[in-house]
Design a protein around this ligand. Structure first.
Ligand code: ZN
Length: 333
C-alpha cells in the first residue's frame, strides 16, 4: 500500500508522513509526475491553492501539470516564481537530484550528479547544483547568538611563497561560528568579502551576529569598533611570535579546515572564485544540519526552500556571459 504524504504541518514535518524516510518510500511516493506535482503543490500552498490573479481557492489540474482557477480560468504553474521556474526536465528528476544531494553527507560534484541522473551535459548538472545552492539559504534566517568566534580565512590561489604570488589570487572568506558550552560548535555563517577591511569585517558581523552576543576575534584593529555596535567584544590575543592562528581562534580554524577539505574532496578543487559564495552556502547548509539523523528531512527542507527563493535563470548564474572554463576551475585551489 502506498502511503500518501499528509503535509499538514509544514513547519513540523514527520518522517514517513510528510517526507520520505528511505529511498523505498521516496520511490513509492514519487513514482509519477502527477504525484510529484501534487506533493509540491501541497508544500507550496499548505492551506490550499490560492489563485494569484483573483484569490480564488478552487482549481483543477490540467494535463500539463498546471493549476486552472475555476473562478477566472487563469492557469498557474506550481513552479512559477520559484527556483525551479522554467525547467524543461521532469519534476521527478528534480526530486531525485534533491534526494541525492541531501542524502550524501558531503554532497555531489557536478560530474557526480551528471552520472547518477544520466545527463548528457555536464553544464546541465552544474547549473542544477547552482540552482539548488540558491535554495540552501533560508530567506530571513536568524542571526547567530551567544558566544561567536569570527575570523577571516583565505581560499584558493597559490600559497604565498610558493611561486612568489601573494594573496591577490585568493578569496577572503569571513567565518563566524557559535561556541557551545562547555564545548562544541553551533551554527556557522560564511561569506566572501572583497578584502579584510574594517567595512567588510564589521559589515559581516552586523549581518550575521545578533547584537548583545559575545564576539571573539583576533587583535586586528578593524574589530575594535564592535563594542559601538552593541557587541561584547573579546580579543583572543596570540601570545608571543610564531604561534599559529588556530591557537587563538580554534573554532574558525577548524571550520576553515573542513571547508577547504570539502572543496578539494567533493568538488576536487573545481570551484571558481566567481561562484565561491554559493559553495559557501552549500557548506553552511550541510554543516548546520550535520547532526540531523533524518536525511529525508533535509530533502524536505531543500524542496520547501526551493519554493521560497526567486528563480535563478542560467543566464543570471553565469552573469550573462557564455559558460566557460573559468566558471568551473580555479586551477590554484
Ligand atoms: Zn483566479
Amino acid at each position: 500500500m502506498v502511503v500518501k504524504p499528509r503535509l499538514r504541518r509544514p513547519d513540523h514535518p514527520i518522517g514517513g508522513q510528510d517526507y520520505p524516510r528511505t529511498l523505498e518510500e521516496f520511490d513509492e511516493w514519487f513514482s509519477s509526475e502527477a504525484a510529484c506535482t501534487a506533493y509540491l503543490t501541497r508544500l507550496r500552498w499548505p492551506t490550499g491553492f490560492t489563485c494569484p490573479a483573483c484569490g480564488g481557492r478552487s482549481s483543477w489540474s490540467t494535463a500539463r501539470g498546471l493549476l486552472r482557477c475555476t473562478a477566472c480560468q487563469r492557469q498557474t504553474s506550481p513552479l512559477a516564481g520559484t527556483v525551479l521556474e522554467g525547467t524543461r526536465k521532469p519534476l521527478r528528476t528534480w526530486f531525485q537530484a534533491m534526494w541525492y544531494v541531501t542524502n550524501q553527507k558531503s554532497g555531489f560534484s557536478a560530474l557526480g550528479l551528471q552520472r547518477v541522473l544520466g545527463f548528457g551535459s555536464y553544464q546541465t548538472a552544474w547549473t542544477w547544483l547552482h540552482k539548488l545552492r540558491r535554495a540552501m539559504v533560508r530567506p530571513g534566517r536568524d542571526r547567530l547568538r551567544g558566544s561567536v568566534e569570527v575570523d577571516e580565512t583565505y581560499v584558493g590561489g597559490a600559497e604565498s611563497g610558493v611561486d612568489g604570488r601573494q594573496t591577490q589570487d585568493k578569496s577572503v572568506v569571513m567565518v563566524a561560528v557559535e561556541l557551545l558550552s562547555p564545548k562544541g560548535f553551533g551554527r556557522v555563517r560564511l561569506r566572501c568579502v572583497p578584502n579584510a577591511s574594517r567595512v567588510s569585517l564589521i559589515g559581516f558581523v552586523r549581518d550575521v551576529v545578533e547584537p548583545g552576543s559575545q564576539v571573539r576575534t583576533d587583535g586586528l584593529l578593524a574589530y575594535r569598533e564592535l563594542a559601538e555596535h552593541g557587541y561584547l567584544h573579546s580579543i583572543n590575543v596570540i601570545q608571543g611570535s610564531g604561534v599559529q592562528a588556530h591557537v587563538a581562534l580554534p573554532a574558525v580554524h577548524r571550520i576553515a579546515a573542513l571547508l577547504k577539505r570539502w572543496l578539494l574532496g567533493t568538488h576536487q578543487g573545481s570551484v571558481s572564485a566567481r561562484h565561491l559564495d554559493y559553495y559557501l552556502d552549500e557548506f553552511t547548509f550541510r554543516f548546520n544540519r550535520r547532526a540531523s539523523g533524518a536525511r529525508g528531512l533535509l530533502f524536505y527542507r531543500l524542496l520547501q526552500q526551493a519554493l521560497e527563493v526567486a528563480p535563478a535563470p542560467y543566464r543570471n548564474i553565469v552573469g550573462g556571459r557564455p559558460f566557460d572554463a573559468e566558471d568551473v576551475v580555479d586551477h590554484n585551489l
